[in-house]
Design a protein around this ligand. Structure first.
Ligand code: PGA
Length: 252
C-alpha cells in the first residue's frame, strides 16, 4: 500500500517571517494529522531554517525546491544535498519545469541531482511533464519517457520510499487548468510502466504524484484516480486554509 503524500512547493515566495507564520498556521490546522498522509513543506532556501524549527516536533517534513549535483567544491552560489540534510531537509524537488524552462536544466543534470541526493539521504521528488506544444504535437509520452529514462539511468534504489515521481503537465501549472482524471490516470499508468522498465519490480511501490493547479475543489477527484499517490501543490499551498483542506481531504 503506497502512503499518500502531499508536497507544498512555495516557490520564490515569502520572507522568513511570512514563511514561519504560514508554517505555524499549517501546523495548527494539521495538529491531529492522520498518519495516513505524509506532508512536506518546501520553502525557499532562505526560509528552510525557520520552517524547520516550526515543524521539527511534528509529522510534517522539510523539503528543498532544488539541489546541486555535486557534494562539495568550487561552485559559486549552489547548495549541496549534504547542506540540505544538515539543515533538516529530508526531501528535494528535482527537475521542476520552471527550472528546466527558465534555467535550462537538462535531463542529465536532473539525473546527477537525483543520484547525489540519494547518496546524501534526500528523497527526490522527480518532476516530469510535457509542455503545451509537445502535447499538441502528440509527443507527451515520448517526452515523459525520455525524461524518465535519462533521469533514472543507472539510479540504484534501495527502497521504493527513497524516490517519488511527480507528473506535472507544464500547461497545467499555475493556470487553474488541471489535467482531467482520465488524462492523469493514463499518464500515471504510463509513468509506472516506464519506471518499471528501468527500475524493475520496486517501481510498483514508488509514489507518483500529480501536480498542476491542484486545489481543495479538485483534490478528491484527482486522488480517486488509480495510480495517483498524492499531489505537488504550488499556488494553493501558499494559504494555510487551502493547503490544510487539501491535506485533510487526502487523509480521508
Ligand atoms: P500550481 O503549481 O499548483 O500552482 O499549479 C504546481 C507546481 O508547480 O509544482
Amino acid at each position: 500500500m503506497r502512503k499518500r503524500l502531499i508536497v507544498a512547493n512555495w516557490k520564490m515566495n515569502m520572507l522568513r517571517r511570512e514563511a514561519k507564520e504560514l508554517a505555524e498556521r499549517i501546523i495548527n490546522l494539521l495538529n491531529d494529522l492522520r498518519s495516513s498522509v505524509d506532508v512536506v513543506l518546501a520553502p525557499p532556501y532562505t526560509s528552510l531554517d525557520v520552517v524547520y524549527r516550526v515543524v521539527r516536533e511534528s509529522k510534517i517534513q522539510l523539503g528543498a525546491q532544488n539541489v546541486f549535483w555535486e557534494a562539495w567544491g568550487a561552485v559559486t552560489g549552489e547548495i549541496s544535498p549534504y547542506m540540505l540534510t544538515d539543515i533538516g531537509c529530508k526531501w528535494a524537488i528535482i527537475g521542476h519545469s520552471e527550472r528546466r524552462n527558465i534555467l535550462r536544466e537538462t535531463d542529465i543534470m536532473v539525473q546527477k541531482k537525483i543520484k547525489t541526493s540519494l547518496d546524501a539521504g534526500l528523497t527526490p521528488v522527480f518532476c516530469v511533464g510535457e509542455t503545451i506544444g509537445e502535447r499538441e504535437k502528440g509527443k507527451t509520452i515520448n517526452v515523459i519517457e525520455s525524461q524518465i529514462e535519462i533521469g533514472l539511468k543507472d539510479v540504484k534504489l534501495a527502497d521504493s520510499a527513497n524516490l517519488v515521481i511527480a507528473y506535472e503537465p507544464v500547461w497545467a501549472i499555475g493556470t487553474g487548468n488541471n489535467a482531467t482524471p482520465k488524462e492523469i490516470e493514463h499518464l500515471h499508468g504510463v509513468i509506472r510502466e516506464i519506471t518499471g522498465g528501468i527500475l524493475g519490480q520496486i517501481a510498483s511501490d514508488i509514489r507518483v504524484l500529480y501536480g498542476g493547479s491542484v486545489n481543495p475543489e479538485n483534490i478528491k477527484e484527482i486522488l480517486a484516480t488509480p495510480n495517483v499517490d498524492g499531489a505537488l501543490v504550488g499556488g494553493a499551498s501558499l494559504r494555510a486554509d487551502s493547503f490544510g483542506k487539501i491535506v485533510q481531504l487526502a487523509g480521508e
